[in-house]
Design a protein around this ligand. Sequence first.
Ligand SMILES: Cc1cc2nc3c(=O)[nH]c(=O)nc-3n(C[C@H](O)[C@H](O)[C@H](O)COP(=O)(O)OP(=O)(O)OC[C@H]3O[C@@H](n4cnc5c(N)ncnc54)[C@H](O)[C@@H]3O)c2cc1C
Length: 282
Amino acid sequence: MYPPDFSYVRVTTVEEATKFLESHDDARPIAGGQSLIPMLKLRVISPSYIVDLNPINTLSYISSSYSSTRIGALTRYYEILKSDLVKINVPLLYQAVKVVGDMQVRNLGTIGGSTANADPSADIPTVLTALNADIILTSSSGSRSVKALDFFKGAFTTDIKKGEIISEIVLPNLEGYRTFYKKVVRRAGDFALVSLAFAIKLRGNEIEDIRLAYGGVGDKPFRALEVEKNVIGRRLNNELVEEIVSKVSNQVNPPSDTRGSSWYRREVMKIITRNTLKEVMG
Ligand SMILES: Cc1cc2nc3c(=O)[nH]c(=O)nc-3n(C[C@H](O)[C@H](O)[C@H](O)COP(=O)(O)OP(=O)(O)OC[C@H]3O[C@@H](n4cnc5c(N)ncnc54)[C@H](O)[C@@H]3O)c2cc1C
């Protein structure tokens, strides 16, 4: 199917992009186009202007300090996979990006595009929720930072305001954590039926910190904050594993759709949680 007619706007700076978006109600930015083009072709959206962010070369970078890793919004998945900084400092992101779509999607798709798109089954939003990353939004009047837990509002709905673009994602470095990204799909290259972005820090076999964020079980990524809080300082053993599995799965009401029923998603959630915790126990 062909997309509807639109005017193409090429911008080379963030200022140009935000000014245009601010003064045109009917304009959408495009990054990798891996979600936007299908939405245009399916006529889910029909904006009058498409603002191409790709020529803005200041939005593509990865840098790390002692405590965090900053990634420009236009950084593509394949660039994240090539980065030793990401592999060492934010292994959870590396593990998730490895299983996004297929090679073509990873060659074009961007971290900012996936974050802005806020698909409840996508991989990046689940990782950002696990790490409560900072999402930097820039408009012509400056930048503001929003925590992932406040940024994702619902299916395809975020805190981005008119005239703003995502300029950067800031992720905390994970010193001393073990991380796992588990994704169950119906076919290779698919969006997640259910996914788990998991990080744990142990002192002996006592839990010092734990992050449990799930994709595909609601209208936005689900972070099991209450369960996390209740297990800090406790010994990781079979009994605690079953307690965590039961509590996290009771806190969600997964959707039913063509990919799987609510019941099935909950069962998958239990299995990947149990298996991951057992893997940590060795
Ligand atoms: C075949 C296929 C398989 C896929 N499989 C997966 C998968 O397994 N897991 C997964 O997570 N994703 C998957 N995707 C989606 C993919 O990750 C997309 O790349 C991603 O959702 C959007 O990134 P993009 O850079 O292509 O953004 P675009 O498609 O260009 O834009 C997406 C949305 O974000 C907005 N936008 C883009 N950049 C910005 C910005 N900087 N600031 C504000 N708004 C912005 C656009 O206006 C649009 O609304 C798949 C896509 C395809 C086509």
